[in-house]
Design a protein around this ligand. Structure first.
Ligand code: NDP
Length: 422
């Protein structure tokens, strides 16, 4: 009992991501890592282990077109966010008993963005030149993440106490800047965190991928099967996230984490430039994929997607309406908060079936790049570390929320992500 009380108080006092040391090093190291990965992906050897490491020359980091393109892209998405398209949904109840309203029009923004890209291609716009602009664009997106994070940190001192995030208010400026002090910073009705979470960066990832595909077409008079698979899989992932945009309102990022450098950089720089590595790798390192290998990879992505979508939807439906016919027959455990935990169905298989599906898809995105290099598998490795760490954070928060009921759930469902392994 004593032990469970101690564990229950930990999430508010414990510092995450390595505490102050992590919060000081990550904002320096991650932007450098993005530039390193991008320049390795286009180098002939594409070796992650080469020493001294492959670093871009300073002249490759700047192009006056990059800030203009980025500004135009953000303005377009801010405009699309404000368009009265789609429905308006309410977030979860906040500390002061109110709920914020969010426009659910991210899928419209994706369709309009893809339509505009098609128009630009039809007009002869050289989308393949994005390949040459990737490093300057990544530098500008990183600069923008820093500017935004400084604004968020300073403006949070004007926020009322109930609007602050549980973890980002330690009083240590470096740590709070990194984790984020305010939970839902807004300018009027414009929600900055929600906007950044699924729009300019995530849709930007699709644009970067298409740019890489067009560069391949320029270089080799056609797109390879490997490039088409990478583009198709990742477009499906982004379209799925935006089609199910409402589900983001109940995720840890929106409900629990403040908006600081961690999310700003992740959303605006890391996702579009580090997640598109496979496509930029394929521009310089073409891979001939046979029909049998392609079929197996499509199957793997399909299985991963099925597990990911079904498990996420099952939990979302259960949280929104536990009496819904699709979930009402599932076995559950009661908790002291009044909420129940699923112990059968997908959430009875492992404690994070959605992470399992996501990881299978991550592997399917790397396999089209073949086995000659390690670089395309960087995403699988990084994503495994991210999800194992995220699972541990979520586990701590759930144990604090649900106490003994969570322990009972862990006993019933002993594996976290991989059945019989972990
Ligand atoms: P999850 O969707 O996994 O949600 C975790 C929450 O679900 C818990 O805090 C708890 O919240 C609830 N929950 C846990 N177990 C149960 C249960 N047995 N029954 C009912 N509710 C339960 O959180 P994430 O935000 O981490 O992930 C969402 C999706 O986003 C995942 O598919 C993940 O793979 C993906 N993702 C992708 C990333 C990327 O970069 N591509 C990065 C991060 C995530 P409560 O009880 O309060 O409802």
């Amino acid at each position: 009992m004593k032990q469970s009380t101690k564990r229950r108080s930990s999430p508010t006092t414990e510092r995450e991501f390595g505490g102050t040391l992590g919060a000081s090093c990550i904002p320096v190291l991650l932007p450098l890592l993005v530039l390193f990965l991008l320049s390795v992906s286009r180098s002939p050897g594409a070796s992650l282990l080469q020493w001294p490491p492959q670093l871009p020359p300073p002249s490759a980091l700047w192009d006056p077109l990059a800030p203009l393109l980025l500004l135009g892209w953000f303005t377009l998405h801010a405009f699309l966010y404000l368009l009265p398209l789609g429905k308006v949904s309410e977030g979860l109840v906040l500390k002061n008993g109110t709920r914020l309203k969010y426009p659910i029009n991210g899928f419209h923004a994706l369709v309009i963005s893809v339509g505009l890209q098609m128009l630009l291609l039809w007009l002869g716009f050289p989308l393949g030149s994005l390949f040459d602009l990737l490093l300057p664009l990544a530098v500008c997106a990183t600069g923008l993440s820093f500017l935004l994070s400084f604004y968020l940190y300073i403006s949070s001192f004007w926020a009322p106490p109930h609007a602050l995030a549980p973890g980002g208010n330690t009083g240590n400026p470096l740590y709070d800047f990194f984790i984020g002090r305010e939970l839902n910073p807004r300018i009027g009705n414009f929600d900055l965190k929600y906007f950044c979470e699924l729009r300019p960066g995530l849709i930007g990832w699709v644009v970067v991928n298409l740019g890489m595909l067009m560069k391949e077409v320029e270089l080799r008079d056609g797109a390879s099967l490997a490039m088409l698979l990478v583009n198709g899989f990742q477009l499906l992932y982004v379209a799925d996230a935006l089609w199910n945009e409402e589900a983001v309102l109940t995720t840890m990022d929106i409900v629990h984490d403040g908006f600081g450098f961690m999310l700003a950089f992740g959303d605006l720089a890391w996702v579009p430039f580090a997640y598109s590595l496979q496509a930029s790798f394929l521009v310089v390192h073409p891979v001939e994929l046979g029909a049998a290998a392609a079929t197996a990879i499509v199957l793997l992505n399909g299985i991963g997607y099925y597990i990911f979508r079904k498990s996420n939807s099952q939990k979302n439906v259960f949280r929104r309406d536990p009496k819904h016919p699709s979930v009402s027959s599932l076995e559950t455990i009661a908790t002291a908060t009044g909420k129940r935990l699923l112990v059968s169905g997908w959430w009875g298989l492992v404690r994070h079936p959605n992470y399992l599906g996501d990881l299978l898809m991550a592997l399917a995105w790397s396999l089209p790049c073949g086995f000659s290099h390690l670089l395309p598998y960087f995403y699988v490795g990084y994503f495994t570390v991210l999800l194992v760490h995220r699972e541990a954070r979520d586990e701590r928060q759930c144990r604090a929320k649900y106490g003994q009921a969570w322990d009972a759930y862990c006993q019933r469902v002993p594996y976290r992500i991989f059945p019989y392994l972990y």
